[in-house]
Design a protein around this ligand. Structure first.
Ligand code: MCN
Length: 757
């Protein structure tokens, strides 16, 4: 079904309510003073002038955070390390104490009766530092004499872990006819949702409850994390959140600022509101990716893959963010890509640097591994003189091999990779490419074609997901969920699932996400799991309402439950003409059911083909066409799925062509802390993608669905980079690291031309 999203009219007519739109009577305003240097001991913090500044009511420093016990940020990097070790998780006081470890780390909170006064007064805080050398590159952080960030983390190594079977891989490499080697940098990027972070915290002195209005991706995860950080029981943490302007993973987690604001609201006895600036966001919101990967692929003489080995260095920034396991979990889960690779081995060294913490960002490791594998496969094809389509075809996991257990012990559910490839080649008119390339060459342009074939895990809940349906006497069904849409259109798709299951018009169903005080359990929106998880439970809950309704209808209609049928909002009997409307179940009061379930991982997959031209005189890349064939199982709403893919592809294009968080090596200062310096993707970069589907149905979900929210991002990163390198290969350029900016590409072309005979 194509169709408008029910939330759009509210959102595009300015009637959304975002985090900074919340206000409370008598509220105060907070401003965070942030570290202006990357690594230093804090010798003293003098607030005497600040506290006397007009309208300032309170100033909080690291000592206050220590005294409150707000020091242990929770984390989820719970993988067994080599030799039975565990990730070393240093303390992170909600306001820095003793040391600052990255530029932008919050170290004091000024509270005043106006936001401007709080900001002005923060300038008067005098801090005496003793500077320390810093390290901002993860490989350098592992060097023997690198500056050490945390006393309790020797060598800045928080965790070393591995996956797969090193011995099998060794054996396969020993007999390989060819080995392809590639080192790639999956660059650090700033997720940059449209809505900057904001948070209003109120404390109720009577019952000890805190109420938060902030931007988030779901209430349950945030509540657990803030509770763990502050040691305030979960039942005393309430959230009231309406609209969220983008998240991309960055809004999942508890940030130290939230706990500092709790401290302020409790001490002041008044609500305290903080709205971050875009610069704050660049400096202190979690970043994404930041992995360096050494990859090797062993092949036999027919170009069949024998084994793959990868050594990862995962940059975590200065502290472990509450949610950073994707770098290991998802890269391990999807390591085989879409290929049958008999032996796999990966080693991960997870390190601290003097940079902002890293967390999950759209794809959470899946774009990283897809990028490494698909670049490696293209390079192997070029080295062996095998066509890049043929090498893929030769090594695909065949449809009959599903469910397929990979060498890193994950089980891919199902896919038809050869069928998908055929469709994609046709959609992209692959056969006509040579002619188009010749045309481009005739006008002095370097044309390239890029392909990626990817598979990724979506869904995969560890805890039960709950959905409550409330039916009223007018037949309106309200769906209560705890996942939160940040733009994915859940108000539309979840309503569609319930309406279709109940056979009632969509207008009769409305979705309420994360209602204040809700005690439902479930996951946040992330890992493209809302449809596989919460969506499936919407269906389960609707079935439960029908089943309970049948029992009630039997009583009402004086029939046996087995005689009752249900369709299109009515209970009826096929034997006697007696009927009861769904709405009648709520005649004497609202009828409520809670559906629940746990749904495992599904594996959407896709093939992306891009055609582009590089202008050798300017280094500018122009994308000419972008084709997608996607398998996300049954589709609930085609327009939303297309939108999700399109947005994800644009995000991939951002990372490939411009986005890159840069820190100056010597000082640790961020060089890209504004949109003047950090290149976001532009609408004109990408033509409207041509899309087709090639579904294989998931058996994990009763709806046959697989997730789609991250797929565009995962596949576009390798497709676009492969396209540019294909255009440059004739000049002898075999590798460039992201981002492929015009100046980088232009310089590479100049160097390559000089080297040509
Ligand atoms: N859908 C569908 N049919 C399917 C699969 C999905 O109609 N077979 C619809 C869903 O019902 C939902 C949307 O597509 O409306 C995305 O669904 P899903 O794949 O389940 O992903 P989530 O809803 O869990 O969204 C999470 C995913 C992630 S992890 C990030 S990060 C992300 C993303 O989605 N961040 C986004 N998409 C985003 N889109 C916007 N606008 N803003 C973000 O911050």
């Amino acid at each position: 079904m194509r169709g408008n999203r029910v939330e759009d009219m509210r959102l595009i007519t300015g009637r959304g309510k975002f985090a900074s739109d919340w206000n409370a009577p008598g509220q105060l305003y907070g401003y965070f003073l942030r570290a202006d240097r990357a690594h230093a001991h804090i010798l003293s913090v003098d607030i005497q002038h600040t506290v006397k500044y007009p309208r300032v009511t309170h100033v909080f420093t690291g000592m206050d955070a220590i005294n409150a016990g707000y020091t242990r940020m929770p984390h989820t990097l719970r993988f067994p390390g080599i030799n039975g070790t565990q990730a070393l998780a240093p303390l992170r006081p909600a306001l820095a104490h003793g040391k600052v470890r990255f530029v932008g780390e919050a170290l004091a909170l000024v509270v005043a009766s106006s936001a401007a006064a709080a900001q002005d007064a923060a300038d008067l805080i005098e801090i005496e530092y003793r500077d320390l050398p810093c390290v901002v590159r993860p490989e350098e952080a592992l060097a023997p004499n690198a500056p050490r960030l945390h006393e309790d983390v020797p060598g800045n190594l928080t965790l070393e872990t591995e996956a797969g079977n090193a011995q099998d891989v060794e054996k396969a490499f020993a007999v390989a006819a060819h080995i392809t080697r590639l080192k790639v940098d999956v660059t650090r990027v700033a997720p940059s949702p449209m809505e900057p972070r904001a948070c209003l915290v109120a404390y109720d002195t009577v019952n000890g409850e805190y109420t938060f209005n902030l931007c988030m991706q779901g209430v349950t995860t945030l509540r657990k994390q803030i509770s763990a950080y502050s040691q305030v029981p979960e039942k005393l943490l309430k959230f009231d959140v309406r609209d969220v302007g983008g998240g991309f993973g960055q809004r999942v987690i508890a940030y130290p600022e939230y706990c500092a604001l709790m401290l302020a609201a409790k001490t002041a006895g008044r609500p305290v509101k903080w709205v971050s600036s875009r610069v704050d966001g660049f400096l202190a919101d979690a970043h994404g990716r930041a992995n360096v990967i050494d990859a090797e692929l062993a092949l036999d003489r027919d170009g069949k893959f024998l084994a793959m080995r990868m050594h990862w260095i995962n940059d975590m920034g200065a502290y472990l963010a509450p949610s950073a396991p994707g770098h290991i979990r998802n890269t391990r889960t999807c390591m085989s890509g879409v290929y049958h690779i008999p032996a796999l081995y990966a080693n991960y060294r997870v390190v601290f640097t003097n940079t902002a913490p890293i967390s999950s960002y759209r794809g959470a490791g899946r774009p990283d591994i897809a990028y490494a594998v698909e670049r490696l496969v293209n390079q192997a094809a070029a080295e062996l003189g095998i066509d890049m389509v043929e090498i893929r075809r030769r090594n695909f996991i065949p449809p009959e091999a599903f469910p397929y257990r990979t060498g890193t012990e994950s089980v891919y559910e199902n896919a038809d990779l050869p069928g998908m490839l055929i469709k994609a080649l046709k959609l992209a008119d692959w056969d006509g490419y040579a002619e188009r390339r010749a045309q481009s060459a005739a006008s002095g342009m370097l044309r390239g074609i890029g392909i990626s074939c990817v598979i990724e895990n979506t869904g995969g809940a560890q805890e039960s997901e709950q959905i409550e349906l409330k039916l009223d006497a007018n037949g309106i069904v309200t769906v209560h969920t705890v996942s939160k849409s940040q733009g994915q259109g859940h108000e539309t798709t979840q309503a569609m699932i319930v309406a279709d299951a109940l056979g009632i018009p969509r207008e009769q169903v409305r979705v309420v996400q994360c209602a204040a005080g809700s005690t439902l359990e479930g996951h946040h929106t992330g890992g493209s799991r809302s449809t596989v998880g919460a969506g499936s439970v919407c269906y389960v809950a609707a079935q439960k309402l029908i089943e309970e309704g049948k029992a009630l209808a039997a009583l009402e209609l004086k029939l046996e439950p087995s005689q009752i049928r249900y369709a299109k909002g009515e209970f009826y009997s096929t034997e006697i003409d007696r009927r009861l409307k769904l709405a009648d179940l709520a005649k004497s009061g609202e009828k409520s059911v809670i559906g629940e379930g746990i749904f495992g991982s599904t594996f959407p997959n896709g093939c992306h083909i891009v055609e582009l031209e590089v202008d050798p005189d300017t280094g500018v890349t122009r994308i000419l066409s972008y084709c997608v064939v996607d398998d996300c199982g049954v589709i609930i709403n085609h327009a939303i799925v297309e939108g999700q893919l399109h947005g994800g592809i644009a995000q991939g294009a951002g990372q490939v062509f411009g986005e890159h968080v840069l820190y100056e090596r010597a000082t640790g200062q961020m060089l890209t802390a504004s949109f003047m310096d950090y290149t976001m993707p532009r609408a004109g970069w990408l033509p409207a993608p041509s899309m087709e589907v090639h579904p294989t149905l998931s058996t994990v979900s009763p709806l046959g669905i697989k997730g789609v929210g991250e797929s565009g991002c995962t596949a576009s990163l390798p497709a676009l980079a492969n396209g540019v390198l294909d255009a440059l290969r004739a000049l002898g350029i075999l590798h460039l690291d992201l981002p492929l900016t015009p100046s980088k590409v232009w310089h590479a072309i100049q160097v390559a031309r000089k080297a040509l005979p």
